[in-house]
Design a protein around this ligand. Sequence first.
Ligand code: NAP
Length: 795
Amino acid sequence: MRGLRGRPLTVVDGGSGVGAALVDELTHAGVAAELAVGRRPAAVLTRARGGVVLLGGLAGPDTAATDGSPTGAMLEVQRDAFNWARAVAGSGLTEDSDPGGRGSAVFVTVQDTGGDLGLGGARGDRAWLGGLAALATTAAAEWPSVAVKALDCERAGRSPAAVAAVVAAELLRGGDTPVVALRGDGTRLVPAVLPADEDAARPAGRAGPRTGSATASRPADAARTELEIGPETVIAVTGGARGVTAAGVVELARRHRPRFVLLGRTALADEPPGLAGARDERALVRELARVSGTAGGPARLRARAREILAVREVRATLAALAEIGAPVRYHCLDVRDERAVAAAFDEVRREWGPVHGLVHGAGALADRLIVDKTDDDFARVFDTKVGGLRVLLEELAGDPLRLLCLFTSVAGWFGNPGQSDYAMANATLDHVASAYQAAHPDCLVRSIAWGPWAGGMVGSLLAEAFTRRGIPPIPLPRGAQAFADELTGAPDGAPATAAGSTRVMIASCDASVIGGAGRGPAAGVLGELAVHAGAQPWLVDHSPAGTAVLPLAMALDWLARGALALSPAVASGVTLRDLRVLRKIALPELARGGHRFAVVAAPGRQPGETLLRVDGEGGVPHYSARFGPDRSPPTSGERWPTPAGLVDHPEESARHRDRIYGQGALFHGPRFHAITWLMGMSPDGAEGTVVGVDELAWGGDGWYFDVAALDGGMQLAGLWAWRALGGAIPVAVRECRIHRPGLLREPARGVVHARGIDGVHTHCDVAVLDGDGAPRIELLGVELVLRPDRMSRSR
Ligand SMILES: NC(=O)c1ccc[n+]([C@@H]2O[C@H](COP(=O)([O-])OP(=O)(O)OC[C@H]3O[C@@H](n4cnc5c(N)ncnc54)[C@H](OP(=O)(O)O)[C@@H]3O)[C@@H](O)[C@H]2O)c1
């Protein structure tokens, strides 16, 4: 793993007893490490600045918890890990700079949830630790320059020295694989997502959930726990009166008409008269201001409007159920409140009898980067899901539960910038579901990791960002049907989507888009590429944090060459869609052994479409893009006028590269100085002159298009994002059109057109245009995500 040979690592024992032995192992291997002294992360991290290895997840359940329970102890380990992560971000270790030239910082979480990421459910006592890996994957997404790894290492009764040896071996020799499970018997597992109907052929050495898309075909003969739902079945649903869970409840009611107990915080108060005509938040704010004045300001009016809309939503769900004829009770409570939950279920049992099913859909968001999250944000998001489930399972322990369904998220498996608490909470629920299933084999347990829906907590900007990454939102009716199918099978008699599997993902895309399904049987290697400082010395000048990183433009060149291997028509141009950075390509061995990559092709979603991927060592997917079904050269209807309002800031706009590259926004060394003139920037975009591979003397003869020139265009986008947001890195491109393959003959025009900005994302279009005004390369829908380390510098 990169970063180990830099500044001393801080090993946090966290009550595991493994810390001292791990420090010994690492020191013996020449890696500087010291045991953290003291529990205050911020104080510790000012002294040791190499990063942290958190071992609290290996601690036994006997660790003293504030509430004295093993579950409480596991949850405290998670909160403690989050505090360390926040301190890492706050200490500046995640900054994209390395003044000492000693490599990346390191962030490692280690947990023992059975050595299989809790999938087997055998370690039910430890399932409540299950969010640690999600903290690490979110940290990796938020901190591009930090080397991150999450380990699930089964202790299996081994001595601290033996466990330390296994952990050290993975850190020293396990490469950059981000999530690894290590069983007590020596098996090493790397998680992957498999399509539902490929599950039978799951390869050895893979752990993972199954996916079913909202339109997936279903295995006909898979065994599953039968769930009969009828008019006497009592199903409690948290969050079931609003949002996407309500859509699922109504669909289940239509099919089986059980009795529903819906739980939510919205109190069913009457709204002031005269507002019925105002249907949305904006109209309500206007009407409220008219009826009751503007005292308290717009924030109060907006909050009041949201309360009114929430009440209307609950009433609409209750009315829909009444119309279907499904009996329903609504209890206004907070699922974290043990006493309120106990009182509600006492009433339910008195009037309706025992509870047979629980669907836990309650959830909350407070999206902020780890460094900015407050304790309150974390508590609200994490406890609503995890604390709520704990309260509910304790309350229903004596009821004959035949169904447990948890609404979780793909963020739990892959992390998501801004959602550390949410990802941790969902991953914990996934682990608890597996443990519950193992302990209750007769209960149908499903933890559904949903992709984005077109509704509920996913707003329009977030939905657009997911769509650009190839994951369009699930339409409400399709999601509701998929939920009901998952529990009781489709109405046509077909069994559930991912029969027999406790952890399921459902999204409007295939498994490879969500998280990389591995190469799969139909994938073919189109070409292999070696990267080495001997052949590509200029890559050293693309080192954002002291370690070289492959630029997106170069990965696009490889993918385009993959397309050329499939179709000779590509020689005169190509369109690739949904280019996605699945995992950045760091090149720590550039000057030593170098790195090897493969461009592979697998069948796409549509007939005639190919999914192209750049895979690293061990088949780890790094970039993907779609090619076809139309393989003809691209045409362009875009216009590329100079963006409006360009401002020629002397400190930014210059004919001298020293000034363009000397202001701190661009990290590029001289052999990446592709911008020769920065004409100016404005909120609408940026423009400048860029040069190419020949001018920068990169050499080489295998280029499909001028990568240096496109990198220059992307640098312009980076400069614009730096001014707009405070720095951002590209994560996806909706459409890449290479109109003119080959290298530039003369300097070209680089243009960036702004498309939108929210708190975390920016969207823009980028073009490199020839002297005749025709586009050479167009990247439409470039999505850049905010870099936390840059933000402070620009504001
Ligand atoms: N929407 C998506 O795209 C998406 C994607 C992946 C996963 N999910 C999951 O699906 C579930 C529902 O999401 P949604 O999009 O429908 O969100 P939503 O519209 O924000 O609804 C959240 C629901 O949870 C309830 N709730 C929140 N905190 C609660 C608490 N402390 N006690 C009781 N009830 C509480 C809310 O009711 P009150 O406000 O009345 O309390 C509401 O019914 C969540 O678990 C979410 O993580 C959603």
